[in-house]
Design a protein around this ligand. Structure first.
Ligand code: GLA
Length: 496
């Protein structure tokens, strides 16, 4: 029989891509297509981890095109019984590969392991102010290695960021190789000796963090802690880890997104950390599923992501940052809402926008986890990340995140009470043109003009008028203020 060429538009079926990754891992991705001819849809499963719907699927010049959230754009072309695939990740370089057709059964998730009955964990006493540090993901993604971590620790000290309060140097995804015969998780070739690396970071007066998943695979397709929670907690403690980011990823295919399953899964690792003999800050990363802010602390968490991944754009940052007020009341010392790591200095926003990003995160009492290359920072980036007066707002011991108190056209005013009776105030302009706004003192909860009004970016005191404060705000910019209504020594307790 003559060889029959498949129709270019027939993508139907399950297709498997195997891609080698840094550190010796192989990432398996399944593309599952439904429908063909003129239209299709489907899902992408990345190494049993995430199952993501195809967005905007359509044909363009004989190629099937779609994207998947917070990850990549795909183009596929049918070549007989294979697909030629071009993947353009949102961070990193495009690559071209071939996909083979496989039976659909291959993509079945593993059977769920039983989850523990929920008994709340007591606070672990850590992270009494929002954790400050750095994480590899936003800038380095899977290019992180031992050298990057050592050089970042050095840069954190040399740049003055350590002195400004930054402490954690966190390895995000892409460090694990798999497990040894004893079931212990082992690092890949990029991390020859985790204990020695932790010692190096500790010797600089800093702390070090690691990353795993409640599922069998991390979001990048590396080894996760599924079924090995206690063993991995002991391993992380033995290496000297001080922080664990535990990323839901492949657990979603096993346990879904219900609050009950999320809480019990996170409790498993929470208990394991509590029993591992080393204080380890516990960072839950499940993108805000199941209203995590309501129960994250009872599962042992010190911080929990409230949103999907941040991108280095004004749209992403502002959409996340300005929507955080509903869960403000759940945060406090030892338990923080985490609107994701900082993008300051990564190049996708203007200096003005990065200043807005940082101001907003400080008002929100968010963890300040820098995500740029600390070894190569501009003076502007360093000045933003190390602004002591903004950091003091973030780290204020009262631990009360800001509330949005006014929205006027594109201007938003956010305010948080500070321990000494002062208020930190952000006047933000979300618009594309410069704005002018006037706030009155009663609007801020002050009965009279403040005795001290300070601009925390200009680092100078302003002269408060009796009735209020008028200011210009650049497009996408902000004015960050500290206002104290009473003299320093007669501070009244903040309202509850
Ligand atoms: C998820 C997380 C990110 C990062 C990546 C790593 O997307 O939300 O912060 O850890 O996984 O693969």
């Amino acid at each position: 029989m003559p060889h029959q060429s498949a129709s270019a538009h027939d993508l139907t079926g399950t297709w498997r891509i195997a891609l080698p990754r840094r550190g010796g891992a192989t990432i398996v991705t399944y593309l599952i297509f439904h429908g063909a001819d003129t239209a299709f849809d489907g899902t992408v499963i990345i190494n049993d981890a995430v199952e993501i719907p195809m967005r905007r699927p359509h044909f363009e010049q004989g190629e099937g095109c779609f994207s998947i959230d917070w990850n990549a754009d795909y183009r596929v072309r049918r070549e007989d019984d294979r697909l030629r695939v071009i993947i353009s990740p949102h961070r990193g370089d495009s690559e071209e590969t071939l996909a083979d057709r496989v039976p659909a059964e291959l993509t079945r998730p593993v059977a769920p392991a039983p989850l523990p009955a929920f008994v709340p964990l007591p606070p672990n006493g850590l992270a009494l102010s929002p954790p400050m540090g750095w994480s590899s993901w936003n800038h380095f993604a899977d290019r992180v290695d031992d050298r990057v971590i050592r050089e970042t620790a050095d840069a954190m000290v040399a740049s003055g960021l350590a002195a400004a309060g930054y402490q954690y140097v966190n390895i995000d995804d892409a460090w694990a190789a798999g497990r040894n015969a004893a079931g212990e998780i082992i690092p890949n070739g990029k991390f020859p000796d985790m204990k020695a690396l932790a010692d190096y970071v500790h010797a600089r007066g800093l702390k070090i963090g690691i990353y795993s998943s409640p599922g069998p695979r991390t979001c990048g397709g590396y080894e996760g802690s599924y079924g090995h929670e206690e063993q991995d907690a002991r391993t992380f403690a033995a290496w000297g880890m001080d922080f664990l980011k535990h990323d839901w990823c492949s657990a979603v295919r096993i346990y879904g997104q219900s609050a009950g399953n999320l809480r019990a899964s996170y409790l498993k690792m929470g208990r394991a950390l509590a029993a591992c003999g080393r204080p380890i800050v516990y960072s839950l990363c499940e993108y805000g599923y199941g209203r995590v802010w309501e129960w994250g602390a009872s599962a042992g968490g010190n911080l929990w992501r409230t949103t999907n991944d941040i991108q280095d754009t004004w749209e992403s940052m502002s959409a996340i940052g300005f929507s955080q007020h509903p869960h403000a009341r759940w945060a406090g010392p030892g338990r923080w809402n985490d609107p994701d790591m900082l993008e300051v200095g990564n190049g996708g926003m203007t200096t003005e926008e990065y200043r807005t990003h940082f101001s907003l995160w400080c008002l929100l009492a968010a963890p300040l986890i820098a995500g740029n290359d600390l070894r190569n920072m501009s003076a502007d980036t360093l000045a933003i990340l190390s602004n002591p007066e903004a950091i003091a707002v973030d780290q204020d011991p009262l631990g009360r995140p800001a509330q949005r108190i006014t929205v006027r056209d594109n201007v938003e005013i956010w305010s948080r009470p500070l321990q000494d009776g002062a208020f930190a105030i952000g006047i933000f302009n979300r618009g594309d043109l410069p704005a002018r706004d006037r706030i009155t003192w009663p609007e801020l909860g002050l009965t009279a003009a403040p005795v001290v009004l300070r601009d925390l970016w200009l680092h100078k005191n302003l002269a408060p008028e009796a009735s209020g404060f008028a200011t210009n705000i650049p497009a996408h910019g902000c004015v960050l203020l500290r206002a104290r209504a009473t003299p320093p020594n007669s501070s009244t307790p903040p309202p509850t």
